[in-house]
Ligand binder design. Structure first.
Ligand code: TYD
Length: 159
């Protein structure tokens, strides 16, 4: 069967705040229950150099070093998450940057009281997702297995 829609991949990082607060399972569970496919997952210690690249858009902000220190305070879990419109779907599940303003039911709305300690990073566009996934994952660390529930998650002409 040929499908007329595009599957996207996006990068999610479970930040040190997720790891230290014991929320890795809770957050991952939300993506699984939604029907998104986990294509890759690994624990890693972020470095100053990698964060200079990852947060390059914030380099001139006064809080740049604080954000980097927070991201290096403990290991993180990097995830490659896949689905139709995965980038926007994951952003919606995450909620806005400021956890205090995020709606209940979103990850940040349910688990965060902070702008910085906001549990997860999510790519903000398909273009940036492609760049970020290349930065965090080797090709062989992202897996292309068939999701058994696929035919029950999507219509053949999903739009
Ligand atoms: P940004 O990419 O703007 O937000 P998001 O993670 O929602 O895509 O910012 C990256 C991280 O920098 C953000 O998750 C938390 C931190 N940050 C601050 O600490 N203060 C700020 O004013 C902003 C905008 C971000």
């Amino acid at each position: 069967m040929k499908f007329a829609f595009m599957i996207e991949r996006t990068l999610v990082i479970l930040k040190p705040s997720a790891l230290q607060r014991g929320l890795v399972g809770e957050v991952t569970h939300r993506f699984e229950r939604k029907g998104l496919r986990l294509a890759g997952m690994k624990m890693m210690q972020l470095t100053d150099h990698l964060l200079d690249e990852h947060y390059a858009h914030l380099i001139n902000k006064p809080f740049f070093q604080r954000v980097k220190d927070s991201m290096m305070a403990a290991p993180v879990i990097a995830c490659c998450i896949e689905g139709v419109d995965a980038v926007q779907t994951v952003r919606t599940l995450a909620g806005p940057t400021n956890g205090r303003l995020a709606a209940p039911g979103t990850i940040r709305g349910d688990y965060s009281m902070s702008v910085q300690e906001n549990i997860i990073h999510t790519s903000d566009s398909p273009e940036n997702a492609a760049v970020e996934l290349t930065r965090f994952f080797k090709p062989e660390e992202m897996f292309a297995y068939k999701q058994v529930a696929f035919d029950y998650l999507y219509a053949t002409d999903e739009y």
